[in-house]
Design a protein around this ligand. Sequence first.
Ligand code: SF4
Length: 218
Amino acid sequence: MVNCSEITAASILVPQKSGSLSGAYDYTLNPYAGCAFSCSYCYVPKFPNGKHHFSEWGNWVEAKINAPQLLQKERTKIFGSRIFFGSATDPYQYLELKYRLSRRCLEQLYNYKPKKITLHTRSHLVLEDIGLLKSFGDTLGVGISITTDSEDIAREFEPQAPSIARRLELLANLCQAGIRVHVSMAPLLPCHPERLVNLVSPYAQKNLAWRYELSGNK
Ligand code: SF4
């Protein structure tokens, strides 16, 4: 049972001056703190937040109920900026059905013309906002984590996240809608590598070809 609470955040766009996202992104944006998908390898709980022990990861989520209003307030930062949406939570975990914070944050972002948004998720619920995603055109891309071809392995490491089959369906739907997508295979969990490549290659041909060339397997 996930313990969900509502909080009022002090700010919502976090500047990226150092760390793995700096250089490529100016800000991260997370409408929720915590994540009910409960991946056992998740790096987020390793960063102490003063409220929750890392062993509780997956059991709590805080909905930043003022996130859309904060974006409105911080709108001068948005124009021309590069934003990574969902660096420390899954923005389309199931609580999004109740709060629609990710949807409302995207609506605000659309108003203030960012240069680039990468939205990262494992969840088919993002399809409920497909019209909104399309309205960004090339400005917005969606990253989907597909870490194994085995549903059993996925259940072991990502117990509450949507199945691999649903994520592949999501990938296909986004591609059909003309939305730019990429597949994240990190961390690569135990898998049958060729089968995994075959599953995603209809949608991520370019990068796979590039990786094959790097490893000499043309
Ligand atoms: S979906 Fe992402 S943020 Fe959520 S638990 Fe898994 S790795 Fe962590």
